[in-house]
Design a protein around this ligand. Structure first.
Ligand SMILES: Cc1cc2nc3c(=O)[nH]c(=O)nc-3n(C[C@H](O)[C@H](O)[C@H](O)COP(=O)(O)O)c2cc1C
Length: 172
């Protein structure tokens, strides 16, 4: 697949088969996470690969009952690492850079997942404190997004529409 095809054809997947994710695929997802860019190359981000059922269920509850979170064989929780970013970049680092660092990584991972035939969905609607408590996160880690990963059970037939480019992109 060429990269634009991967970008265009990726869809948010909200229903997963029980099939396990093989180790080679997990390794490719890990590589995609670590090679994403980061502010000052500080890599102020951490990722938790959650496979234990009770933990996935707690995350689904924290995600306002989005039950597909527990259905996926894997949920990757991307966290901003304030301990790593704050000493060099202060408030801007904490509020912006570390969150962007996590987002860059997760997006790369989602594209890699799609290229491998795996489905993902970005889950941003969740109660942070509840998710952090369920995973036993230390206070310097802020969970930014949950990404369920698995082989798709159902793939949407069409893509949600995009705004016309003229409304989004401006050449100056
Ligand atoms: C910041 C952010 C938060 C999102 N939160 C959720 C969520 O909590 N639950 C969900 O089902 N999808 C969530 N999504 C997925 C979007 O609904 C989806 O990307 C959008 O509808 C476009 O569909 P597509 O990903 O198939 O292109 C989120 C996406 C982003 C980028």
């Amino acid at each position: 697949m060429d990269i634009l095809q991967v970008i265009r054809e990726r869809r948010s997947i909200r229903s997963f088969k029980a099939r396990e994710i093989p180790p080679e695929a997990l390794q490719a997802l890990e590589e995609a996470l670590i090679w994403a860019p980061s502010a000052g190359n500080l890599q102020a981000r951490r990722f938790f690969f959650v496979t234990q059922r009770p933990l996935k269920e707690a995350l689904a509850v924290a995600a306002l009952g989005q039950s597909f979170v527990a259905q996926a064989p894997l949920v990757v929780v991307g966290c901003a690492d304030h301990g790593r970013i704050a000493p060099r970049y202060g408030r801007r680092g904490v509020e912006l850079y570390a969150v962007q660092d996590v987002a860059c990584s997760l997006m790369c991972m989602m594209l890699q997942a799609h290229a491998l035939g795996l489905g993902t969905v970005w889950v941003g609607a969740f109660r942070e404190e509840e998710a952090a408590k369920a995973l036993g996160l230390p206070p310097e880690l802020r969970p930014v997004a949950l990404v369920p990963v698995g082989y798709p059970e159902h793939v949407p037939r069409s893509a949600p529409p995009r705004l016309p480019k003229e409304e989004l992109i401006f050449y100056l």
